[in-house]
Design a protein around this ligand. Structure first.
Ligand code: WTA
Length: 653
C-alpha cells in the first residue's frame, strides 16, 4: 500500500483549519460529540427519532445481554422504504429529484421522489405477485441503473432481504451466493454499459443456475438495458418492464420490527468462503442517515450529492441507496466507468449537474493524478463544496491533489473509515468542526467508541501503533454472518479476552493528538482498488485448475490500485514441460476471472518450483510480498529450506 505510516507521518505537520464554508453549522454539529459522550444510548435514540419515521415508537435502545449478538430499538417498528420515499412525498418534496441517472453512452433520466415512490410501489406488488414475502431472499445482479435502487427498496418495502451481487462477479460467485442465502428470485439485466460497450449480465445468471445441483430460484426478472440478445427460459424468466406494467400501482407500506433483516452482503474474509454479512433495519438506517447528514453536511434542499460506488458494495448500499434517500437527498447515479467515452467523464457529470458533495475512492483519485490536471481543469468544478474518500488509506499526496485540483485548493476532504461489517462510517473528520490532516481518518464519530490496542489488549499511547477495535456496540453493526454464528463470534469478537471488543482486521496508529491513521489490513485480506479480496479465495480458485499443484497469493503495493493481486504457482509435475511460463500464467489469470470475476484477476502469476515455508509448513507470505514488491528478501532463517527464496528470486530476474 502506498500509504505507510512513515510516509503519512511526514505529512502530519500539514493541517488545514476547518473550512469557513461550514461555520454556520459547525456549532450545532460540534455539540453532537458532547451529547453522545454524555449519554451514548440516549444520543442514538434521539437520532433514531429525529431522522426516521417509526410506525411504532421504541422503548428499548440497545440490548447487549447476549453479546456479541446485539439488538437496537427492538420493539420499534418502521418501514425502510417508506422512510426513503413516501414520507418525503408526504412532506411536500415529491417534485424534488431523487436520482439524476446518467447512462454511460450519455442517455439520462431524472427521477423525482414521487416517481421513485410510484415505481417502488409497483415493484413491491410485482415481488408479492411472484410469491416473495417477509424474510425471503432476493438476489440482485444489476448494472448501475435506476432499477437497481428500485429493486432494493421494493425488497425492503415488503420485509424481504436483498443480496446484491456485484456485476463483475462470475457465474460461480453468483451461484455460491444464491445457494448460501437460498434466494427465491434473481433480478438481473440483459446487460449494461461499461467502457464504451455493452457487457452482458444475464448469461452469467443463466450459467450460475445451470450448474449441477438443485437451487432455490423460482424466477429471474430481467431489466432491459443493454438490448443484447439473451437466452430465455419460459416460465422462469420475466421481463421487468412487462411485469411491472402489469403490477398494481398502490402499495401501502407496513411497519416491520426494527431487527427485521434488511440485506445480506457477501464480503471476503480470511478463508476461501465469502461471508454473508447481515444487516437489519432500524439501527442500520439510523446510523447511515446520521452519518450521511453530518459527515457530508447535507442540505437536501440545495445539495447535489454523488457517490461513485457501485450498489454491489457496501458503500453503494449505505451511501447511494439508504443514507441519501432516507435524508431526501438529490443525487447522481452513473452507470459507467470514469474513462468512457473520454477521461473527463466524471468531471463532465459534476459540471452538468452542479454536484456539491462528491464521494469516491483513493484509487480513482490516483488514476486521475496520473492523467494530469489538464483534464479536470477543462471543466467547471466550482459547485463542489465537500469531497469524501473511502475504501483504503488515502496517501497524503493523493489527498492534497484531490483538494487542490478537484477542490480548487479550498474544498475540505473527509476521509471516512468503515467496513461492510460496520454498515456505516465510524471514523471521519466532520466538516467545519475538525482541523483536517491529509492521510488521517482522524477521530471516531459521535456515538462511536474506537481504540487502538496492542496484541495483549492494552491501549497504545499517543504515537503508538496496534490493532483497531470498536469498544462499544453501534447501531449499524452487523448482526451476524448469514447461517454461521460461530464464524461471526470467532472472526470479530474473539481476538481479545478483555471484550466483547470488535476486531476490525485493520492496523492503525495514533498520533500525538490521538488522531487515527489507518495502516491497512493485518490479516490475509487484500484491498485492491478499494475492493476486498481474500488471498485464500484466490488461492483456492487457482488450485482448482488441473495444472496447478500449489499456490500462494499476496497483495503487493501498487501505485494505482493500492494493492494488486500477485500469485505464485507451482505446476503439477506432468505439466511443467507442457506450458511455457507465459502460457501458464495467461491461462491461470483467465481461470481466476472465470472463477471469481475480473476484479480478482492477478496482476502477475509467477510460475515457481517451490514456495517458501516454515518448518511447520506455513507459507511465508511476507517473503513473497518482498519479491512481489521488488524488495530485498527479509529474514529467511525460519524457512524449512533457506535456498528456496534464492531460487525464486533468481528465476524471476
Ligand atoms: C479499508 C468499505 C483506510 C479497511 C467501506 C477496511 C479504509 C476495509 C478506509 C473495508 C479508510 C475502508 N482508510 N482504510 N478511509 N475505508 N478502508 O468492507 O482496510 O469493502 O477494513 O468497506 O477497507 O472494506 P469494505
Amino acid at each position: 500500500m502506498p500509504n505507510t505510516s512513515i510516509d503519512s507521518l511526514q505529512h502530519e505537520e500539514r493541517r488545514f483549519p476547518p473550512s469557513p464554508k461550514f461555520r454556520a453549522d459547525a456549532v450545532a454539529t460540534a455539540s453532537l460529540y458532547d451529547e453522545a459522550s454524555a449519554d451514548r444510548l440516549g444520543f442514538w435514540s434521539a437520532q433514531a427519532r429525529e431522522l426516521l419515521h417509526w410506525s411504532t415508537d421504541f422503548t428499548k435502545d440497545l440490548d447487549w445481554s447476549n453479546a456479541p449478538f446485539a439488538t437496537w430499538f427492538e420493539d420499534g417498528e418502521l418501514n425502510v422504504a417508506y422512510n426513503c420515499l413516501d414520507r418525503h412525498v408526504l412532506a411536500g418534496n415529491g417534485d424534488r429529484i431523487a436520482l439524476h441517472w446518467e447512462g454511460e453512452p450519455g442517455d439520462s433520466r431524472d427521477i423525482s421522489y414521487s416517481e421513485l415512490t410510484a415505481e417502488v410501489k409497483r415493484a413491491a406488488n410485482l415481488l408479492i405477485s411472484l410469491g416473495i414475502g417477509k424474510g425471503d431472499r432476493v438476489a440482485v445482479y444489476l448494472p448501475m441503473v435506476p432499477e437497481a435502487v428500485i429493486a432494493m427498496l421494493a425488497v425492503a418495502r415488503i420485509g424481504a432481504v436483498h443480496s446484491v451481487i456485484f456485476g463483475g462477479f462470475s457465474a460461480d460467485s453468483i451461484r455460491s451466493r444464491v445457494d448460501d442465502a437460498e434466494a427465491k428470485l434473481v433480478i438481473t439485466a440483459d446487460g449494461g454499459w461499461r467502457k464504451g460497450k455493452v457487457s452482458a449480465l444475464k448469461p452469467a445468471v443463466d450459467a450460475a443456475l445451470a450448474k449441477p445441483g438443485d437451487h432455490t430460484v423460482q424466477n429471474v426478472l430481467v431489466v432491459k438495458r443493454g438490448n443484447n440478445e439473451v437466452d430465455w427460459i419460459d416460465g422462469r424468466d420475466l421481463w421487468w418492464h412487462e411485469a411491472i406494467a402489469a403490477a398494481e400501482s398502490e402499495h401501502e407500506a407496513q411497519g416491520f420490527a426494527a431487527e427485521t433483516p434488511l440485506f445480506i452482503l457477501y464480503t471476503s474474509g480470511t478463508t476461501g468462503k465469502p461471508k454473508g454479512i447481515l444487516h437489519t433495519s432500524g439501527g442500520y438506517l439510523t446510523q447511515v442517515a446520521f452519518t450521511h447528514k453530518n459527515v457530508f453536511d447535507l442540505h437536501p434542499e440545495s445539495d447535489v450529492y454523488w457517490c461513485t460506488a457501485d450498489v454491489g458494495w457496501i458503500t453503494g448500499h449505505s451511501y447511494v441507496v439508504y443514507g441519501p434517500l432516507a435524508n431526501g437527498a438529490t443525487q447522481v447515479l452513473y452507470e459507467g466507468t470514469p474513462d468512457a467515452p473520454h477521461g473527463g467523464r466524471w468531471w463532465e457529470i459534476i459540471q452538468k449537474y452542479g454536484v456539491t458533495i462528491f464521494y469516491t475512492a483513493p484509487t480513482a483519485i490516483r488514476s486521475f493524478m496520473k492523467l494530469g490536471r489538464q483534464i479536470p481543469d477543462d471543466f467547471d468544478l466550482s459547485s463542489l463544496r465537500l469531497l469524501g474518500s473511502v475504501g483504503e488509506p488515502i496517501n497524503p499526496e493523493a489527498w492534497v491533489w484531490y483538494r487542490d485540483v478537484i477542490g480548487a485548493g479550498t474544498t475540505p476532504i473527509v476521509d471516512t473509515w468503515w467496513q461492510t461489517e460496520t454498515g456505516a462510517i465510524m471514523v471521519s473528520a466532520l466538516p467545519g468542526v475538525t482541523t483536517l490532516k491529509p492521510g488521517s481518518a482522524q477521530a471516531a464519530l459521535p456515538g462511536i467508541s474506537i481504540d487502538v490496542l496492542d496484541d495483549s489488549g492494552n491501549g497504545v499511547p499517543p504515537g503508538g501503533g496496534g490493532l483497531l477495535v470498536v469498544t462499544e456496540p453501534w447501531p449499524a453493526m452487523l448482526r451476524g454472518i448469514w447461517g454461521d454464528p460461530e464464524r461471526f463470534v470467532e472472526t470479530y469478537w474473539s481476538k481479545f479476552t478483555t471484550g466483547p471488543l470488535y476486531f476490525a482486521g485493520d492496523g492503525a496508529r495514533l498520533d500525538e493528538d490521538g488522531d487515527i491513521w489507518l495502516l491497512g489490513r493485518v490479516d490475509d485480506v487484500m484491498n485492491v482498488s478499494g475492493h476486498r479480496l481474500s488471498t485464500a479465495e484466490i488461492e483456492s480458485a487457482l488450485v482448482s485448475h488441473p495444472i496447478v499443484a500449489e499456490s500462494a497469493v499476496v497483495g503487493a503495493a501498487d501505485e494505482a490500485t493500492g494493492q494488486a493481486v500477485v500469485a505464485f504457482v507451482i505446476l503439477r509435475s506432468e505439466h511443467v514441460d507442457t506450458y511455457t511460463t507465459d502460457d501458464a500464467s495467461a491461462l491461470l489469470r483467465r481461470h481466476v476471472t472465470e472463477q471469481i470475476g475480473a476484479i480478482a484477476r492477478p496482476r502477475e502469476v509467477f510460475i515457481v518450483a517451490e514456495l517458501p515455508k516454515t518448518r511447520s509448513g506455513k507459507i511465508m507470505r511476507r517473503l513473497l510480498q518482498d519479491v512481489a514488491e521488488g524488495r530485498d528478501i527479509g529474514d529467511t532463517t525460519t524457512l524449512a529450506d533457506t535456498s528456496v527464496m534464492q531460487i525464486i528470486s533468481d528465476r524471476l530476474k
